[in-house]
Write a protein that binds this ligand. Structure first.
Ligand code: MLT
Length: 418
């Protein structure tokens, strides 16, 4: 007898997920060159220690768990109210956004939430993504059967791709027709671009006029330096009617390995059922989480809460400043080496134009073999990312400085860009 059927949508996916694919190539290179002192500026994973405020809070929570009175079993699927209240106050209300604790769902990651959100959204939605884009938005739609097959350029049937390149200043153009779902990420992964209030307002106006839902990924908001830039889409009037926002403790407080994030689903945000009935998305997401999710551990939520203490705030600010200085060094040194660089001023990613005649994977191979530096090929984020390359600012100062020296040497060697 034939074995059980697989989800055929998975067979439409291109090769591997980008970051494991890079890891595979790096592994092959280091097996062939065991002495090569590789510096990783590829995947956007933080490197600096967890803030002291978070560690102390987690240690205290562990001790509490060791007592009968302080023990915690299953927590609320939505997250503990004290954490949701701290988030609502500090991340949203302090910036004039009307987001309440009840609208915040604590989770184990924005990657998971931005994929899982498709559970509550219908099959027939027309979906727009930027190109280049964080690959999770696209792949999760492929897995959920919301796309057709990929073409030769790697673009999936049924998706609307909005190119973001140097020629449009890395701001996504509004779709020409009507789309139902729009993924936006600002500060942007991978380009490091940001959106002004006016630009976000244009998106909110579009969404309200077309009945579209914006899925707004603000995982990198803490890196914004310019005080005039919005951190949340809810800083724009009307966004509560058309947007869900994803946030994370991964990049601001270094929780990539610790896991804590949140999603905001405003009350009153509605979608349409097949029979035309209007349905509140909050209720669906709450239902989804209660069935499929058991919440983030008490210990980790106490660690996340400590981000909002005065010490936590100061320590997170110092972490961000540290990574942003790395980004500034990368921008400065690569510009000096004659490369065109973008991003890296309000985001931990620097987006680089590859030298003439070298494509994204060619530049990846060149930097890996000649400088032993790992970055991320722009084409891995989409067809319009071809000819670009991403370096992340997440590493030690020493490694960033060393990587820049090596790249400069590699690029000035006559063979490099022949
Ligand atoms: C990236 O390098 O783009 C990151 O891995 C994104 C993420 O945090 O998932």
């Amino acid at each position: 007898d034939p074995m059980a059927q697989v989800n055929g949508n998975y067979l439409k996916l291109k090769a591997g997920y980008l970051f494991p694919e890079i890891a595979r190539r790096v592994k092959a290179f280091s097996e062939a060159n065991p002495e090569a002192p590789i510096i990783r500026l590829g995947i956007g994973d933080v490197t600096e220690p967890l803030p002291e405020a978070c560690r102390s809070a987690m240690k205290a929570a562990i001790d509490e768990m060791g007592t009968r009175e302080g023990f915690h079993g299953y927590g609320p699927e939505q997250g503990y109210l004290w954490l949701r209240e701290a988030i609502a106050t500090h991340d949203f209300q302090s910036r004039g956004c009307q987001v309440s604790a009840e609208e915040i769902f604590v989770s184990d990651g924005s990657k998971c939430d931005s994929s899982n959100i498709l559970d509550i959204l219908g099959e027939g939605n027309r979906i727009a993504v930027t190109d280049p884009v964080y690959p999770v938005y696209v792949d999760s739609n492929v897995m959920a059967g919301r796309t057709g097959d990929a073409d030769d350029a790697g673009q999936y049937g049924g998706l609307t791709y909005l190119p973001i390149t140097a020629s449009n200043g890395f701001t996504a153009p509004l779709p020409e027709g009507k789309v139902d779902l729009i993924y936006l990420c600002f500060p942007n992964n991978p380009t490091g671009a940001v959106a002004t209030k006016e630009q976000l307002k244009a998106w909110v106006d579009y969404a309200r006029a077309n009945g579209s839902l914006i899925l707004f990924d603000a995982a990198y908001e803490a890196f914004i330096q310019d005080p005039s830039l919005p951190h949340s889409i809810y800083e724009i009037d009307g966004a509560r009617e058309c947007a869900i926002e994803f946030r994370s403790f991964s990049k601001n407080a270094g929780f990539t390995g610790t896991r804590c994030a949140l999603t905001v689903v405003p009350r009153g945000l509605i979608g349409t059922a097949a029979n035309g009935e209007q349905v509140e998305l909050w209720g669906l997401w709450n239902r989804r989480q209660c069935t499929k999710f058991n919440g983030v551990s008490y210990i980790v939520q106490r660690g996340a809460e400590a981000v909002y203490s005065p010490e936590g705030q100061a320590q997170v600010k110092a972490l961000i400043a540290f990574y942003m200085e790395n980004a500034a060094i990368i921008r400065r040194e690569l510009s000096a080496a004659g490369l065109a660089v973008y991003g890296g001023e309000q985001a931990p990613y620097v987006w680089i134009k590859t030298p003439t005649g070298v494509d994204s994977w060619g530049f990846f191979d060149l930097l890996l073999s000649e400088a032993n530096v790992v970055g991320t090929p722009g084409s891995g984020f989409g067809a319009a990312g071809e000819g670009y390359f991403r370096l992340s600012a997440f590493n030690s100062r020493e490694n960033v400085l060393e990587a820049m020296q090596r790249i400069q040497r590699a690029l000035s060697a006559p063979a490099a860009v022949a």
